[in-house]
Ligand binder design. Sequence first.
Ligand code: PLP
Length: 319
Amino acid sequence: MSSITDPQPKGLPSVSARHIDPHSYPDGVAFLDGQYLPMPQAKISVLDWGFLHSDATYDTVHVWDGSFFRLDLHLDRFFASLQKLRMTIPFDRDGVSEILHNCVALSGHRAAYVEMLCTRGASSTFSRDPRQAINRFMAFAVPFGSVANAEQLRRGLHVAISDKVRIPPASIDPAIKNYHWLDLVRGLYDAYDRGGETALVLDFNGNVAEGPGFNVFCVKDGSLSTPAIGVLPGITRRTVFDLCAEAGLAATAVDVSVAALKAADEVFITSTAGGIMPVTMIDGMPIADGKVGPFTSRLMALYWQKHDDPAWSSPVRYP
Ligand code: PLP
């Protein structure tokens, strides 16, 4: 294993800083072209198709209190995505797993956001034929981050529903985790313009789809539902289904209309970046009484308890 030669960058850039030092990066370790590197040194060519055409797939797993959460499911999804995109990497599941462990161990982080990704890569001739490109695998571990901050987790997020339509499954299979985010980013700007903190976008039938980096659930009369189509089958979404099965709660994947979401008793979003996060306001109107509801609170507690369960959690191999 290569060693890290340069000092780690110190601390995180302030999100409120208007001029972010381009040489400042989150404190972490990346694996790129066979080497482990501090984040500022993990750079790829501008000719990489991942950059030029969003031709890439990735997966993100988190480490909490020194353990990966549901790493096997993230590896399953990543390798399935690679296969669907006809990308090959010189590592099998155990090889990728070892690289992820090494990135986290070298970073020293006990709570980390850990990403594995593969771009189409580039060819020496700048060929337009994707088959000529050498696919490039990368990974990195940086400090854990959440869609919702501490205050939002306590009082619930304020969401705005954008009329932007998520890229339809006929164009891109949403099960391939991808960086086609222009719809989501445009949705975010719509939300900010309307006083929202984050956004939900629609599916091609006008129902609710998902948001930038998260799935959504609603609770009505004790039953949970989440959009069925046009969304990434999130691992946290799957975890909610698993928790509901264990707790004897009804949960289904169905069409969720905007009206149904707004009339729900409770709404929450799910992501590896933050887990289960309450939503208490949509388009400026409170959901029910505007407070975090009992189903959401219970599932949030169960979700974090499961991080101590060896069936779902695997310790990082720190030195
Ligand atoms: N939907 C989109 C578009 C995402 O990018 C993500 C995660 O990044 C999710 C949903 C949530 O998926 P997961 O729970 O696997 O993090």
